[in-house]
Ligand binder design. Structure first.
Ligand SMILES: NC(=O)c1ccc[n+]([C@@H]2O[C@H](COP(=O)([O-])OP(=O)(O)OC[C@H]3O[C@@H](n4cnc5c(N)ncnc54)[C@H](O)[C@@H]3O)[C@@H](O)[C@H]2O)c1
Length: 333
């Protein structure tokens, strides 16, 4: 019997990435819940049952719920699913505020909870993590990430239903701007790659190009428990044609550079360079497996009690570190 998902919030990421991933993982989507008639019409056109509320969807008793509402609306469906005893995979960031994230942690405590950091499931990143753990680049000294896109005030998610406009530019709905939306992917990914937590984080924000009330770019620097360093530039003000997705892990015996692996789609490249002679070797991974399909399969494994690395407490700890640094940065913007 295939694993059965329900989706709450059938917007861009659910429609374009999670629903296809569920199919690719040979799982089943039993229905979606969304208050928007347009979103429900799109679901019905795809042959799905669509409900106006999460409560109706939960009555179908899916094996898990995937929550992809705007950031400030993660808490209610997570809490509702948890009350019904149904595991929840919730989109990143956990919430629009640390307070909401803390409430999610309390509400979701009785069930399996995962934040949908899809990039930790990208096969290139899993392969990179194995190389690092095997000592292929020696002692890691630094992780450097560039992750950027273009989101201007008129931008809407592809096929957007929501009449309130670009919620990503609304600080109450999104929690912040480019940094709130994009940086946590890299922070979580870096923790996966090094197998240890970040313990310090500093953020600088800018509102440089776009005229909206949230940051359109930021630079992050941090340190891991071991002393390895973290640096990341994320932005909403980076034109489409520029290189925008780059991950580098530097060690005292080599380095790994992954290009176009960060994001929602399959593929990209990862190359290991030897620190002594400069020889390069591509890192092999499944270029047809999307991070969303791998994530859907991993969450089903977790629900079935198989080994997994979803962790509510790790995600909450990261959110606390991030929110503290973000609040200090906002005060200086
Ligand atoms: N992991 C990733 O790579 C990735 C990519 C994009 C978005 N996201 C995250 O996914 C979430 C959704 O983003 P999006 O771009 O799909 O937004 P979106 O605006 O396209 O879709 C949100 C959907 O939620 C619906 N909605 C609003 N209130 C609701 C409620 N109370 N109950 C049910 N549905 C409700 C809206 O009608 C809309 O259809 C955000 O948290 C975002 O940060 C993650």
């Amino acid at each position: 019997m295939p694993f059965r998902w329900g989706i709450v919030g059938f917007g861009w990421v659910a429609r374009d990435h999670m629903a296809p991933a569920i199919a690719a993982a040979a799982q089943q989507l039993v229905g979606v819940a969304d208050p928007s008639p347009g979103a429900r019409a799109k679901a019905e056109a795809a042959g799905l049952e669509a409900f106006g509320s999460a409560a109706e969807l939960l009555e179908r008793r899916p094996d898990a719920i995937y929550v992809a509402t705007p950031n400030h609306l993660h808490l209610p469906p997570v809490a509702e699913a948890a009350r019904a005893g149904i595991p929840v995979l919730c989109e990143k960031p956990m919430a629009a505020t640390l307070g909401q994230a803390e409430e999610i942690a309390v509400a979701a405590e009785p069930v399996l909870y995962g934040t949908a950091f899809d990039q930790r499931h990208h096969p290139a990143h899993r392969a990179t993590a194995r190389e690092i753990a095997d000592g292929a680049i020696g002692q890691v000294t630094a992780v450097r990430i560039g992750y950027a896109c273009w989101v201007d005030p008129r931008w809407r998610p592809p096929g957007a239903e929501n009449e309130e406009g670009n919620w990503r530019a609304n600080p109450q709905a999104a929690g912040g701007g480019a940094v709130f939306d994009l940086a946590l992917h890299g922070l979580d990914l870096a923790q996966l790659l090094l197998g240890e937590p970040l313990v310090r984080l500093h953020i600088e924000l800018q509102r440089r190009v776009h005229d909206y009330p949230v940051d359109d770019g930021g630079m992050l620097s941090g340190r891991f428990a071991s002393g390895a360093l973290f640096g990341s530039h994320v932005a909403y003000n980076c034109p489409e044609a520029l290189p925008r997705r780059r991950l580098e892990v530097i060690g005292d015996r080599g380095a790994i550079v992954a290009i176009d692996t960060m994001g929602q789609s399959a593929g990209g490249t990862a190359v290991l360079t030897c620190g002594r002679r400069g020889e390069q070797r591509p890192i092999a991974f499944d270029t047809g497996l999307s991070p969303f399909a791998a994530q859907a399969a991993a969450f089903a494994d977790a629900v079935h009690g198989r080994p997994h690395d979803f962790s509510l407490s790790r995600d909450l700890t990261l959110m606390r570190l991030f929110a503290g640094a973000y609040d200090r940065a906002i005060a200086c913007l």
